[in-house]
Design a protein around this ligand. Structure first.
Ligand SMILES: [Zn+2]
Length: 473
């Protein structure tokens, strides 16, 4: 696996590495799933307190069967948990658990979010928890994630009562309820509105459970059957969930992979109650969103999709991209353009990377890098421009036909490049229960984006695509 190269100021500083976001094509089954998701409008945010609190079976079903964009907001990074694998504790353990969670997300396909809250260890109830957690800053972070991600449905793992067990679990529900009401209020956290708009989710539900002796399920609650077999995955969603949960290795959280359909239950909390499904009275597709033609275009693409030659879909995808780029709804346009661009790049079989042999770099020094790009599409992909951080090449070079193009270049790391480190650990924590983050717009992100990227301008058909490739080793 490639790693993002780290920038080191002075001598002797080594910091934790991030895994690189190299651009690789998705498999055909994933492209097909992403096409189905392109057609669907609802979004779900699952919310709890720790890595491994989430209901991965439900997340897998939402993403792969319901084809809705889904995120998991874990208020903390699990800094106060046990560590069965090593000696790391506190923030270092939180970093390990962040990456365990990201590996789980690669399996189920959900997006991952966090707040600035620190897992300070066990607390008995919400009063105990809010003596340590700054309720206002954590609520602000949840409001920010809601306004940025724009979920229609928020699902809490826990209730705000003693039935939640751990005080941080109950507190996660308290914060979710507050944030549900405040996200649509323009007077709440107005500083955020420079970057995002207010947002009102349709409903907040609690995913009731039977854990040990506690049973919060009742038959009059909203139900959803999950766990079905998915031929594209070669397993049921309960089996995928078992694999995903077993990635929480520091917690020894190996979980059985359970085959077969089972029922999940939801208790109404806030917003408009649902009678039949999680998505009652929420537009499901483009037609219900009053946007014509798009559903038809996607249906044609799904019907004609060729698993061996996804590039045959390129013409239709470019037509669809044009249609989506004409949308008035800025939020929807941004989401769906990002999704279709990812699909288009995958359909061309595009791979891009910028690599060196050095695992770390010193600001101001120069290093030899190799840009490798390849496209496996029969249709031409043109590499128009390469921006090497401090110089730009205009190339207009065709990169189709499964033929690797390599360009070598010496790149100077900018003299003002910062030390590479997790953004929530850059400054000393505000206190034992809250991280300090200098740049508010980073809040919510699972990890930093790479600071040093080579940027490519590609032409596919007549459309232009910008692709960022992190400097890696
Ligand atoms: Zn927990």
């Amino acid at each position: 696996m490639f790693k993002v190269i780290i920038a080191v100021l002075g001598l002797g500083f080594f910091t934790t590495l991030c895994s690189a976001q190299q651009v690789r094509p998705a498999k055909s089954a994933e492209i097909y799933r992403d096409l189905k998701t392109l057609k669907r409008m609802p979004k779900v945010l699952y919310l709890a307190a720790h890595p491994d609190d989430e209901n991965t079976g439900l997340l897998s079903w939402l993403i792969n069967e319901q084809n809705v964009e889904t995120g998991y907001l874990s208020l903390t990074r699990g800094d106060g948990g046990q560590n069965l694998l090593g000696t790391e504790q506190g923030a270092a353990l939180g970093l390990i658990r962040t990456h365990e969670l990201l590996e789980a997300r690669k399996l189920d396909g959900a997006q991952q979010f966090f707040t600035r809250a620190i897992d300070f260890g066990f607390s008995k109830n919400t009063d105990d928890t809010f003596k340590q957690w700054d309720a206002d800053s954590i609520t602000a972070d949840v409001v920010w994630v809601i306004r940025k991600f724009r979920p229609d449905v928020i699902i809490c793992r826990f209730p705000p009562t003693a039935a939640a067990g751990h005080g941080q679990h109950a507190a996660s529900a308290v914060v979710a309820e507050k944030a549900f009401k405040l996200a649509a209020d323009k007077n709440a956290f107005p500083g955020q509105l420079k970057y995002v708009n207010v947002w009102q989710p349709k409903r907040l539900l609690w995913n009731t459970f039977r854990f040990g002796g506690v049973n919060t399920i009742s038959e009059n609650q909203l139900k959803a059957n999950v766990g079905q077999f998915d031929a594209q995955l070669g397993m049921g969603y309960g089996e995928l969930a078992g694999l995903s949960r077993s990635l929480h290795k520091s917690q020894g959280a190996g979980t059985q992979s359970v085959a077969g359909v089972r029922t999940e239950y939801f208790s109404h909390v806030l917003g408009e109650p649902a009678k039949a499904t999680l998505f009652d009275k929420i537009p499901l597709n483009w037609t219900e969103k009053a946007v014509n033609d798009v559903d038809d275009l996607i249906d044609v693409l799904l019907l004609s999709f060729d698993y061996n030659h996804p590039d045959k879909s390129l013409h239709g995808l470019l037509m669809l991209r044009k249609r989506i780029s004409e949308l008035q709804d800025a939020g929807l346009k941004k989401d769906k353009l990002a999704a279709i661009d990812k699909i288009i790049l995958s359909c061309t079989g595009f791979m891009g990377e910028v690599v060196t042999n050095q695992p770390e770099a010193i600001a101001g020094n120069s290093y030899n890098f190799r840009l490798n790009v390849i496209s496996r599409s029969a249709s031409p992909v043109i590499l128009e421009q390469v921006n090497w951080i401090n110089q730009t090449d205009n190339l207009n070079r065709r990169i189709s036909g499964d033929s690797l193009v390599t360009i070598e270049r010496k790149i100077q790391i900018p003299a003002d490049a910062k030390i590479t480190e997790p953004y929530w650990l850059e400054n000393a924590a505000k206190n034992a229960a809250t991280f300090s983050v200098a740049n508010d717009t980073l809040i919510g992100l699972a990890e930093n984006e790479a600071a040093l990227n080579v940027s490519l301008l590609l032409k596919i058909g007549t459309d232009k695509f910008t692709v960022k490739l992190p400097l890696s080793f």
